[in-house]
Unconditional design. Structure first.
Length: 460
């Protein structure tokens, strides 16, 4: 039995609706549930499911489409939907409360905000970010798929206005003790991070936290900032800002390999600063080694990084690295390549091409879970290597979805678990669940990659 509804003026954010859809689909007797704003993409998904969509649907409508085995299951799903939506605040506040602003410009009229977070489809991000810059606010652009020409325009205008642009495709920041985007719970401390890599910053800050060292801030710049086109515009400004911060005793620059020209400029800029700079550049070092370098520079002991190893039999075949974090994926790929595993398969499911029209895999693991299951059924696959990233805004229980897939796999699984003991998912509990499913779990991505490579090399 099917039902398709359009609910007028009932806006909810896409992540909330995605999780409601997942919850309804998991109910007994429900084959599929799609609860989403009626954008062209979501209407297409509903049509692909064989559902008839009313012609008058607009992106401002809430689309509810449910297919169930019988009337009772359908009724239960609709009741659950109404209960979940009632617990979820919509865009407009309740009676007697201030109406939520509809645009960045109207939100800034209050004068209260000092920074703006933009998380809209990439085709709409430029206008919202420019409104923030013109109002004299720094802006973090979480959105991806923003044209590079627009990124350059935004960053040049921000420089003229004396503010900072973090992004586009900036996944992580920590400003004034407040986390933005995917943010781990890390202690305050003397290390400031400038990051052209969100998950790279998360790995490094989490390792430091596990060693008892905190951070003064994390300034994300977006992954393209250190390429030739953008030329390090935000990275150079962020280095100068942290150099002026009295709470920062050491700066770490985290990035995928920059262009040679930009890397020379960044190293030269670092040498001019009063604050020492550690360059955690993927391909020049790994993030675990960078953490050790930082700890040594601060006079701290480098610990043994927590891990939960499992008995695993070496196997011949191909290493499949299926990652949610781009820098974690690149770091593991380079380590595997350096070990002689040039035939490995690595996929970054957070890449722009794979997130167009869908949530990031740290929020919605569906696409990656399908690929993990396919790799587990592939006789040529010897080892599956994964990252699991904890923290605010990420999946509230990533192990719950992974464990059934890992239990069905016949080959060893190795997990790099990125998080701190303060994260809401509970680092120890996540590690225990993954370990019980047969995975070897490491808090160091580099150690996880070397362990995975060793399982294959040990059989040669």
């Amino acid at each position: 039995m099917n039902t398709v509804q359009l609910r007028r003026g009932a806006y909810h954010d896409s992540v909330t609706l995605m999780r409601i859809s997942q919850g309804l689909t998991a109910l007994p007797g429900v084959e599929v549930a799609l609860v989403a704003m009626a954008t062209e993409l979501n209407l297409g998904l509903a049509r692909d499911l064989g559902l008839d969509i009313p012609a008058q649907a607009t992106p401002a409508d809430l689309l509810v489409a449910v297919r169930a085995l019988d009337a009772d299951a359908l009724a239960a799903a609709m009741a659950e939907l109404d209960e979940r939506l009632a617990r979820t605040p919509a865009a407009a506040d309740g009676p007697g409360m201030r109406t939520a602003p509809r645009t960045t410009r109207s939100a800034l009229r209050s004068g209260e905000a000092t920074m703006v977070l933009v998380s809209v489809p990439g085709s709409h991000a430029f206008a919202e970010a420019m409104d923030a810059i013109e109002a004299g606010r720094s802006v973090m652009i979480f959105s991806d798929n923003v044209p590079v020409e627009q990124e350059i325009l935004l960053k040049d205008r921000a420089a003229e206005r004396g503010v900072l642009v973090m992004g586009p495709d900036c996944g992580t920041a920590l400003v004034g003790g407040v986390g933005f985007g995917f943010a781990n719970v890390v202690r305050p401390g003397p290390v400031g991070l400038v990051a052209a890599s969100g998950t790279g910053a998360q790995q490094l800050s989490c390792l430091l936290d596990l060693a008892g060292v905190g951070v003064s801030g994390i300034i994300g710049t977006g992954g393209r900032d250190t390429g030739d086109a953008v030329g390090g515009r935000s990275t150079l400004r962020a280095l100068a800002m942290l150099d002026d911060d009295p709470a920062t005793e050491l700066i770490a620059l985290v990035s995928k390999p920059p262009s040679p020209r930009v890397e020379r400029a960044l190293r030269a800029a670092g040498e001019r600063l009063r604050t020492p700079v550690v360059h955690a550049i993927c391909g020049r070092t790994d993030l675990t080694s960078a953490a050790a370098e930082i700890l040594t520079a601060l006079g701290r002991t480098v610990p043994v990084w927590p891990c939960w190893t499992a008995p695993q039999t070496p196997r011949a075949g191909t290493l499949h690295g299926l990652f949610a974090g781009g820098t974690l994926c690149e770091e593991a790929r380079l380590i595997a390549q350096g070990c002689g595993l040039g035939d490995s398969v690595f996929v970054d499911f957070g890449d722009d091409a794979l997130t167009r029209g869908r949530a990031h895999p740290m929020i919605d693991p569906g696409l990656r879970l399908e690929r993990i299951a396919a790799a587990a059924a592939d006789p040529a696959c010897a080892v599956v290597l994964l990252d699991v990233v904890l923290g605010h805004a990420a999946d509230p229980d990533p192990a719950a979805a992974l464990v059934p897939v890992l239990r069905r796999a016949t080959q060893p699984a190795v997990v790099s678990l990125i998080g701190t003991r303060g994260d809401p998912q509970n680092l120890e509990a996540q590690a225990a669940a993954l370990h019980a499913a047969g995975a070897a779990v490491f808090t160091s991505n580099a150690e996880a990659a070397r362990h995975a490579a060793g399982l294959i090399l040990g059989d040669r």
